[in-house]
Design a binder for this molecule. Structure first.
Ligand code: NAP
Length: 308
């Protein structure tokens, strides 16, 4: 990308899209084209085609998606599949029709099989069944990355995809019921600190192992890949480090300043015992995460407080 290349970031108000915009601006890219969901509903094919025909972006980051935690994913199966598949197909297809030089598609590590080897390499895609609770979302994401691959193979485009692990950071969703584990803990420990609660009870026994990546580190990788990577196989994005949910809770409580007890409700599900991405491909390309978890949680907590 040149500094004045016309770059469209789809989903620029979301956590990932806003981090990509910050990174592009930090690097001096000065010709961004942005549309809110209200201005352009990406599930509407005719509107998407008109937008691309009028604006003619040269590069596209596709970070718009209907996103949610496990509860929303399993309750709204049809909506997750329809909205994600439709918006992906509309954007990727319109990009191809309008000669977009390069497109980068954002997926998620849930595209990999439920019983994938750990850490999960890119090559385990479609080797066995998906996790049923987010199958609809995963199938939509797999379709998006496969459509990029098929356009490359049939028409010689240069469309790539990146699959991040659990992300956190500015503009995360802190909704009491619909958020992911880390932002949910930030909210719960913050509220417990304010109310002087003696204890906070978390789901499961705390033994599940998870990986987290600060969203600005992902954004750095996204811009790096746009400039330095071409290929049909996706690229995993993670820290390569895992910790238990118990250690995560202790770290969040420390950052937030909650001094009460942390209890565990072992009658609630732990989720899959271990979920870690193999990030050797991104590492070999020259990228590695920068933000240690405690530092990142501190930055995320500042953002959370700022938005109260
Ligand atoms: N968050 C994570 O931990 C995580 C982990 C791995 C991968 N990812 C991937 O990263 C991508 C972005 O996730 P995120 O966490 O940044 O989600 P997010 O914060 O919810 O942002 C998604 C953005 O897409 C917009 N959008 C949704 N449907 C749209 C539509 N029909 N037309 C136009 N805009 C639409 C949303 O606008 P509205 O809010 O106005 O609807 C929002 O601004 C997704 O592909 C996700 O799979 C996220």
């Amino acid at each position: 990308m040149e500094k004045n290349s016309k770059i469209y970031v789809a989903g620029h108000r979301g956590m990932v899209g806003s981090a990509i915009v910050r990174e592009l601006q930090r690097k001096g890219y000065n010709n961004l084209v942005l549309r809110t969901h209200a201005e352009l509903d990406l599930t509407r094919q005719a509107d998407v085609e008109t937008f691309f025909a009028q604006e003619k972006p040269e590069y596209v980051f596709l970070a718009a998606a209907k996103v949610g935690g496990i509860a929303a994913n399993s309750a709204e199966l049809a909506d997750f599949m329809y909205q994600n598949m439709t918006l992906e197909m509309n954007v990727i297809h319109a990009a191809w029709q309008n000669g977009v030089k390069k497109l980068e598609f954002l997926g998620s590590s849930c595209i990999y099989p439920r019983l994938a080897p750990q850490p999960m390499p890119e090559s385990c895609l479609l080797t066995s069944s998906l996790e049923p609770t987010n199958e609809a979302y995963a199938l939509a994401k797999i379709s998006g990355l496969k459509y990029c691959e098929y356009l490359n193979r049939q028409y010689g485009t240069d469309y790539i995809s990146v699959m991040p692990t659990n992300l956190y950071g500015p503009n995360d969703n802190y909704h009491p019921e619909h958020s992911h584990v880390l932002p949910a803990m930030i909210r719960r420990f913050h509220e417990a600190k304010l109310s002087g609660a003696e204890s906070v009870t978390c789901w499961g026994d705390g033994s599940a192992l998870r990986e987290f990546l600060y969203v600005d580190d992902l954004a750095e990788l996204c811009v790096f890949l746009m400039n330095n990577y071409s290929g049909n196989e996706t690229v995993n994005a993670g820290s390569g480090k895992e910790l238990t949910i118990r250690e995560l809770a202790e770290t969040v409580a420390k950052v937030v300043g909650y001094e009460g007890k942390i209890l565990w409700d072992a009658s609630r599900p732990n989720g899959t015992p271990r979920k870690l991405l193999d990030v050797s491909k991104a590492t070999a390309l020259g990228w590695t995460y920068k933000t240690e978890l405690e530092d990142g949680i501190r930055l995320a907590y500042e953002d959370f407080l700022h938005k109260l």
